[in-house]
Write a protein that binds this ligand. Structure first.
Ligand code: TYM
Length: 334
């Protein structure tokens, strides 16, 4: 508990720009849950280092990510939005937790296996221990709830296992976090290959909607979305393209699948795709405008980063000191 409320913690990697998947699977839910919890959101720049970055672009992307969080509706005066790398406790707790994580557990992580396949020339130890750092992020802030997309479920499970293992030895040190994975939008698929997750690293630009794509580009990508040879707008396992578009439409309009099927009854795929494109463009337009004005206000973003970095460092140090003491590290004299 923090200020009388339960704690929500989440974050995104500061790599490239965000996709519609990041937005619908995570960011939009963060905004929806915002009032209910005391919220802490990280710009996960240390995690981004598992893939080689161009330093100047990386710094820009991290700042853009910060501004996108705010543009999406997270007020940095009320929420602790900070940079992971500015709080050294993440790396310190990460090390300690690594000593409570088994290689067998890490070997089972599907994201590691996928990423190792995609980055064969750089299968570094950071990629392997990525989930341990993620566990440190969450446990450092004693988070009760962690809203993420479906692809992070396994990382949340290992976080819970590590926390329980630690608590079983040293007493109730960590809060055991619950994942929050919403019904709709938790796994947005590629527009070009709807059995594959929408991802920023997709080589086909038409596969992914970026949060900063303009209206025309958004509509064009939806028009080109791969569907099937049927003509009926219906949610079904054998219709992954249409089902994905229905999922997206449902997330941005709030309509359920039955209502969507009714709305497009007797109408063709063309009309449906156009409606999805329009609805997504309408949803993103205000966010994009706010983003532009935030990026122009350097002093404001800087002051928010500073204030929240300090706050995060304070929360983190409380847990870290407790952990250090529990495992028997000698207390510092300074
Ligand atoms: P990242 O940057 O890969 O993803 C950020 C969030 O977006 C969700 N997501 C999706 N949701 C639905 N459909 C998609 N196609 C899609 N693609 C991505 C992800 O599930 C995630 O919620 N490891 C985390 C970053 C992280 C973190 C943490 C999160 C580091 N430490 C502590 C929570 C708590 C990640 O994968 O980010």
């Amino acid at each position: 508990m923090l200020n009388g409320k339960k704690i929500l913690y989440s974050g995104m990697q500061a790599t490239g720009t965000l996709t519609l998947g990041n937005y619908l699977g995570a960011l939009k839910n963060w905004v929806n849950l915002n009032e209910e919890y005391e919220c802490i959101y990280g710009v996960m720049d240390l995690h981004s280092l598992t893939v080689r970055q161009v330093p100047a672009d990386f710094r820009k992307n991290a700042r853009a990510l910060y501004a996108l969080y705010v543009a999406a509706g997270l007020d940095p005066e009320k929420n602790c939005i900070y940079y992971q790398s500015h709080v050294s406790g993440h790396a310190e707790l990460g090390w300690i937790l690594g000593c409570f994580t088994y290689m067998g557990e890490l070997n089972r992580m599907t994201q590691f296996k996928d990423k190792a396949l995609r980055h064969e020339d750089n299968i570094n130890a950071g990629l392997y221990t990525y989930p341990v750092l993620m566990a440190a992020d969450i446990l450092l802030y004693q988070a009760d709830v962690v809203p993420v997309g479906q692809d992070q479920k396994q990382h949340l499970e290992i976080t819970r296992d590590i926390a329980k293992r630690f608590n079983a030895i040293y007493g109730d040190v960590f809060t055991i976090p619950e994942g929050y994975i919403s019904q709709s939008g938790a796994k947005i698929m590629s527009l070009q290959d709807p059995v594959k997750k929408m991802s920023k690293s997709d080589e086909n630009v038409n596969a992914t909607i970026l949060l900063l794509d303009g209206r025309d580009s958004i509509i064009r990508k939806f028009k080109r979305a791969v569907t099937d040879s049927d003509t009926v707008v219906r949610y079904a396992e054998e219709k992954p393209g249409i089902s994905n578009l229905m999922d997206i439409y449902s997330c941005v309009t709030g309509k359920d699948y039955a209502a969507i099927e009714k709305e497009f009854d007797q109408k063709g795929y063309g009309e449906f795709k156009m409606a999805v494109g329009e609805a997504v463009a309408d949803e993103l337009e205000p966010l994009q405008k706010r983003y532009q004005s935030l990026m122009d206000d350097k002093a404001y973003i800087d002051s928010m980063i500073k204030k929240n970095d300090e706050k995060a460092a304070y929360y983190a140090s409380k847990t870290l000191r407790k952990v250090q003491k529990k495992v028997g590290l000698t207390e510092r004299m300074f």
